[in-house]
Design a protein around this ligand. Structure first.
Ligand code: GN1
Ligand code: MG
Length: 357
C-alpha cells in the first residue's frame, strides 16, 4: 500500500502514522490485512484491515454483533480478553475512503503467536476449549439481536445448490480439470442428506458461534503457550454447533495446511481429535444438549465437505472469492479437503463410539 494512503488512514484513528511501516500481515483469504510496526523486526503495534466488501457488503453488521457480544460477556466476566476495534477520532467504527473502502484498526496483542495447525494434542484441547468458552459465555444472550452477517454461510444445502449452478455455467477447461473431484464428490452425497435431516428436525439449538473456528484465529502467548484470545469476529453470528466444531476439526485433524498438494502427507491424528472433542465438551458441558454432543464429529465431516465444495466452486468460477497464489490453488485446496474428508469419514464409527457416547 502507498505510504501516503496508510498514513492518512492511521491519522483518522489518531495514530502517529509516521512512526510506522505498513506491511502485509497474516494468512487470511478474504480481507487485506497489514501490520503497523516500527521496524521489520518489531511486532506490530496495530493491525490495519481493509474489509472485502464483495464478501462483507455490510461491515457495520460485524461491528454491531461484536459490540453485543462484548457487552454481554463483560457483564459476567471482566477479565475475558476480547479483541478491541478502535474508533476513528470522530467516533466511527470504520474509516471509509474515497473509493468506498472500509478500514478498521485493531491494537495488536503483544507477545503472541498464531499457528496454522495444532503442534501437540494439548494445543488442540486448548483451542477447542477457547471456542467452546466463547459460545458458553454467550449462552443466554438474546440471539435474535444478532445479525446474520452472511446469509446461508454454513448452510450446506445452499452450498450444494450454488455448486450445481456453478458447474452448469463453468468453462469446459475448468470442468475438465476438476473431473476427478467432481466424481469423488458424488460419494459424499450422504453428508448433505444427513445435514438436511438434522435441519428439518430442528435438532440443534441456535446459539452465537464464531463461525471461523480454525486454530489460526487464536492468539497464543509466547510465554505460557496458552490461548490469550480469539481473533476475527467477522462471522460471529447465530448458527449451530456444527460450524465451530467443524472448523476446529478441519484445521487440526491433520498437521498439513489446507493447500498441501502432497496428499500422502495428510494424516488422521486421533489424539488431536480426541482432545478437540474433550476440550470443547469441557467448555460446553453445562449447556450442551444430547443431540449437539452426538453430532459433534459430524460437524467436522459436514464442514470439511462444505469447504471442499466451496474451494472447488471458486475454482470453477475462475477464482472470484478466495485469494490465490497460483492458478490451480483452489483446485489443490479442494483436493486436499476431499482427501481429509475421506480419512474423517473412515474413522467416524470409531471416534463416535469412543468419545461421544
Ligand atoms: C476464509 O479469510 P479467512 O481465512 O478468515 C473463509 C472461511 C473459510 C476459510 C478457509 C468469510 O476465512 O469460511 O473457512 O477462509 N471466510 C469467509 O481457510 O468466507
Ligand atoms: Mg475469517
Amino acid at each position: 500500500m502507498e505510504i501516503e494512503k496508510y498514513q492518512r488512514i492511521a491519522k483518522v484513528f489518531g495514530i502517529e502514522s509516521q512512526r510506522y511501516q505498513c506491511r502485509p500481515f497474516g494468512t487470511g483469504h478474504i480481507n487485506s490485512t497489514f501490520g503497523l510496526q516500527e521496524t521489520s523486526e518489531t511486532e506490530p503495534d496495530y493491525i490495519l484491515q481493509k474489509i472485502n466488501t464483495h464478501v462483507f457488503p455490510n461491515p457495520e453488521k460485524i461491528a454491531s454483533n461484536w459490540k453485543l457480544a462484548e457487552a454481554f460477556i463483560r457483564a459476567s466476566n471482566k477479565d475475558y480478553q476480547i479483541i478491541r476495534f478502535l474508533a476513528t477520532l470522530d467516533g466511527h467504527d470504520f474509516f471509509r475512503d474515497e473509493d468506498g473502502g472500509w478500514w478498521r484498526l485493531i491494537p495488536f496483542v503483544k507477545n503472541t503467536f498464531t499457528c496454522e495447525t495444532a503442534e501437540n494434542p494439548e494445543q488442540a484441547y486448548q483451542t477447542a476449549n477457547s471456542f467452546g468458552n466463547l459460545t458458553r459465555l454467550l449462552h443466554g444472550v438474546s440471539v435474535t439481536k444478532f445479525q446474520t452477517i452472511l446469509s446461508n454461510f454454513h448452510n450446506l444445502s445452499f452450498r450444494e445448490w450454488q455448486f450445481n449452478e456453478t458447474v452448469a455455467s463453468a468453462t469446459i477447461e475448468r470442468v475438465e480439470a476438476a473431473k476427478e473431484l467432481l466424481k469423488a464428490k458424488k460419494s459424499f452425497a450422504h453428508i448433505t442428506a444427513e445435514f438436511e435431516s438434522i435441519q428439518q428436525q430442528k435438532l440443534l439449538p441456535i446459539r452465537i458461534f464464531h463461525t471461523d473456528a480454525k486454530i489460526s484465529n487464536i492468539l497464543f502467548s509466547k510465554s505460557t503457550r496458552l490461548p490469550v484470545c480469539i481473533v476475527d469476529y467477522d462471522t460471529l453470528m447465530p448458527g449451530t454447533i456444527l460450524s465451530d466444531v467443524g472448523d476446529m476439526l478441519r484445521s487440526m485433524t491433520s498437521d498439513t495446511l489446507e493447500d498441501e498438494a502432497d496428499l500422502s502427507k495428510i494424516k488422521f491424528r486421533e489424539a488431536f481429535v480426541a482432545n478437540m472433542l474433550n476440550g470443547y465438551l469441557d467448555a460446553m458441558k453445562n449447556i450442551i444438549t444430547k443431540d449437539e454432543k452426538r453430532l459433534l464429529y459430524f460437524g467436522g465431516i459436514m464442514l470439511v465437505y462444505m469447504q471442499a465444495i466451496r474451494f472447488l466452486n471458486d475454482y470453477l468460477e475462475n477464482d472470484r472469492y478466495y485469494r490465490i497464489s497460483f492458478s490451480t490453488h483452489n483446485l489443490v485446496r479442494a483436493q486436499n479437503q476431499f482427501c481429509l474428508l475421506q480419512l474423517m469419514v473412515d474413522e467416524r464409527k470409531i471416534i463416535e463410539s469412543k468419545y461421544l457416547i
